[in-house]
Design a protein around this ligand. Sequence first.
Ligand SMILES: CC(C)(COP(=O)(O)OP(=O)(O)OC[C@H]1O[C@@H](n2cnc3c(N)ncnc32)[C@H](O)[C@@H]1OP(=O)(O)O)[C@@H](O)C(=O)NCCC(=O)NCCS
Length: 177
Amino acid sequence: MPTPPSVTLEIARLAQRPVFDNLFQLYTHDFSGFWAGLPRGDVDEQGLFPAYPHLDAYWQEEGRVPLLLRVEDKIAGFALLNQHGHAKAHVERNMAEFFILRKYRRGGIGTQAVNAIFEKYPGEWETAVARKNLAALAFWRRVISSHPRVRDLQEHDLSTAAWNGPVLSYRVSPVRP
Ligand SMILES: CC(C)(COP(=O)(O)OP(=O)(O)OC[C@H]1O[C@@H](n2cnc3c(N)ncnc32)[C@H](O)[C@@H]1OP(=O)(O)O)[C@@H](O)C(=O)NCCC(=O)NCCS
């Protein structure tokens, strides 16, 4: 398999917030496939999904990190990190949202992005996966379990009001200089 092009992380500025609004439309559309029969996942009369409610906080609260993922100079996805645990109340890093644009999927771009994120943000981590998102679960299990600096990986199955699905808890040790 050819080597995938390299992924860079860019901490997004407040002026780039509209980029996330736009990308969330695509992300929500992907997720809406899991919501048949539920009251969520419809577009309004303009054809838009509801805006992501927590976005502003990424430029206001300590411990939240909005990342754009680029392949060369092109936007290939985004990641939002916060400190809200699921299995634990508070963690150093929680992968709150993670998205790779369809054009870039299944070419190792998501894996590279996660590796770059772990390198920059080591510590106590959680990644929660919606129960129906089996593709993401396969992705996270593979990327996390095969990462050379991941320790103490545990998988919990939560079925609470706050979260329904598997939660991966683990520690990423820092890169030694
Ligand atoms: C899940 C997602 C991030 C994967 O990104 P990606 O760039 O395609 O991932 P990679 O190419 O690095 O995949 C690495 C491995 O993960 C697994 N994987 C990735 N996508 C998968 C899928 N759709 N089905 C099954 N396994 C999958 C495979 O083992 C894959 O290796 P392979 O391609 O050699 O078989 C991407 O599909 C996405 O953004 N999905 C929509 C949003 C989403 O679900 N986000 C996660 C929220 S928890």
